[in-house]
Ligand binder design. Structure first.
Ligand code: FAD
Length: 505
């Protein structure tokens, strides 16, 4: 813009990241038409296509959808989606063992100063307590295939059910594209062949397409996927490789026919050199294998995946390669990397789409006015990096604490880990305490479920628990157990809920 204001944003890439960016910027800054309105255009290449996976989310996605003003039932209908209460981890500690990392609280009610799991730890030390999942409302409901969005019942676990979605990634991108185009986003079909920089400061001036079109702008969002066309191939922002902590480097994805019951959770099953995902949608089940190519061949991984589908395969497995890590600078000069262009962590905790959302939310917070301020850019980069690093530690925990016999898992068990994670595990082992900073994505309940699920158990618990005598503590736990189980029992069947509320747009 002539007054120096950022007036034109160019988004390169039309996968989940590109269309999420286009939709939210159009919603918040693109309309209504007026002289300060942001001009947004998106360039994508059908010939290159999208990564096309990314179907499990975490509850924060609801905030994104609310920001757009999407009707949730219509959204589930359009994306052939299902509801998600958590992730089941099968065989991650050892073959035959399973636990749930469910959304929401552990224990289901506020006990004041001491989190619920300390009471459970005391009972466990006496050998009387059932598994922790028995006291996690979402886990209890998920394993019964129940779902309810929430009710008006005060003080009931049903009043605030934490949930997310599984959805068809290509249908979601299409949905958002319609949304964004209806709000003025211009889509340009074509392949970027050249990125042109300004001579004086090295900022991006324009992208040139194979057909000769030149698309200029003031701010560029790199949503071009793993290749990082602008942020890396052009601006060389750098990449921090984390594969020494998270050694899986390949994936195979294959859909299969849906089977009953329609489970309201993602399943992650440990395999000899990686793990397999299962994501139930209305019209198909998404499956995939994430594995370490140093420990298993592509053919063996594909054979294991295909042998463990619960419906008929609908396609051949599609191979994907990746290097786990993050961009050293997410925002560099006038380019912000969003989505796979900004970094990648395997979908073990369904974090990638959330990171897209976070990048966009922070971009809106730090949106440049006239020109680019180095202080704002540095703070943006610090905040995004913080989230990546903490989520990375959470993923490493799943691999580190295991009792599996295979060489891959033995290697994971003995690898050196980041100090931030080692400190957290030591703190928990002592008295079951979890330290987290307020910006962190994963809650205390998440850490507790995965620590306990992976067999990391504290030596003791918070001393205030001993203010109750044995009988009082046992009665309190039994009461919580009873309430959670009877509330879960009162919920409708997941498939019936979808049929009732999400049958039309
Ligand atoms: P892409 O989908 O790759 O899109 C890139 C876009 O850039 C495309 O439109 C392409 O055409 C365009 N493009 C590239 N080069 C050019 C060019 N030269 N000219 C013009 N256009 C170009 N995330 C989750 O949250 N949950 C999950 O369950 C999950 N599972 C995953 C499983 C696997 C195996 C993988 C690899 C990822 C998974 N993810 C998951 C991550 C998720 O898929 C991505 O975060 C999401 O799809 C966003 O991708 P993207 O838009 O950044 O990139």
């Amino acid at each position: 813009m002539e007054d120096g204001r950022i007036g034109k944003v160019v988004i390169v890439g039309g996968g989940t990241a590109g269309w999420m960016a286009a939709a939210v910027l159009a919603r918040l800054m693109g309309a209504p038409a007026g002289e300060r309105r942001l001009d947004i255009c998106l360039v994508e290449s059908e010939q290159i296509g999208t990564v096309g996976v990314g179907e499990a989310t975490i509850p924060q996605i609801r905030l994104f959808n609310r920001t757009l003003g999407l009707d949730e039932n219509a959204f589930v209908h359009r994306t052939r989606g299902t509801f998600k209460l958590g992730i089941e981890f099968d065989g991650w500690l050892r073959p035959g063992h399973r636990y749930m990392h469910a959304f929401g609280a552990v224990g289901g009610r506020d006990l004041g100063a001491v989190p619920f799991h300390h009471y459970w730890l005391r009972e466990r030390l006496t050998g009387r307590a059932p598994a922790l999942d028995e006291y996690v409302f979402n886990a209890v409901a998920a394993w019964r295939n129940r779902f309810l969005r929430g009710s008006e019942l005060k003080d009931s676990p049903l009043s605030n059910v934490a949930y997310a979605f599984h959805f068809d990634a290509s249908l979601y991108a299409r949905y958002l594209r319609e949304y964004a185009e209806a709000r003025g986003v211009r889509r340009i079909e074509g392949k970027v062949a050249d990125v042109r920089l300004r001579g004086d400061d090295g900022f991006i001036e324009s992208v040139a397409l194979e057909d000769g079109q030149v698309v200029g702008g003031e701010l560029f969002l790199d949503c071009s996927g793993f290749r990082g066309l602008l942020i890396e191939q052009t601006l060389r922002a750098g990449y921090e490789d984390w594969s020494h902590w998270l050694p899986c480097d390949r994936a195979l994805a294959v859909p299969c026919a849906p089977v009953e019951p329609l489970t309201p959770y993602t399943r992650s099953t440990a395999r000899a050199a990686g793990w397999q995902w299962r994501i139930p949608l209305q019209h198909r089940t998404g499956n995939g294998m994430v594995y370490s190519s140093a420990h298993v061949s592509d053919d063996e991984a594909a054979a294991t995946l295909l042998a463990n589908l619960d419906g008929e395969a609908l396609d051949d497995p599609r191979p994907l390669r990746f290097t786990t890590g993050m961009r050293r600078r997410f925002w560099h000069r006038n380019c912000v990397a969003v989505g796979l262009a900004s970094g990648f962590m395997e979908p073990l905790e369904s974090t990638s789409i959330h990171f897209i959302q976070q990048s966009l939310s922070k971009l809106v917070s730090f949106f440049p006015d006239r020109g680019f301020d180095a202080v704002d850019i540095a703070e943006y980069n610090r905040q995004v990096q913080f989230e990546y690093v903490r989520a990375r530690d959470f993923l490493i925990l799943h691999y580190l604490a295991n009792e599996r016999p295979e060489p891959f898992w033995q290697a994971c068990r003995t690898m050196p880990v980041p100090d931030t994670l080692a400190d957290r595990i030591a703190l928990f082992r002592s008295h079951g305490r979890v330290h987290r900073e307020h910006e962190e994505l994963f809650t205390e309940a998440s850490w507790v479920q995965v620590l306990v699920g992976q067999g990391v158990l504290p030596r003791s618990y918070h001393p205030m628990v001993d203010l109750l005598d044995d009988a009082e503590c046992a009665a309190m736990l039994a009461g919580v157990h009873k309430v959670l189980h009877s509330c879960a029992e009162a919920m409708p069947d997941h498939a019936a809920f979808i049929a009732r509320y999400c049958a039309s747009a």
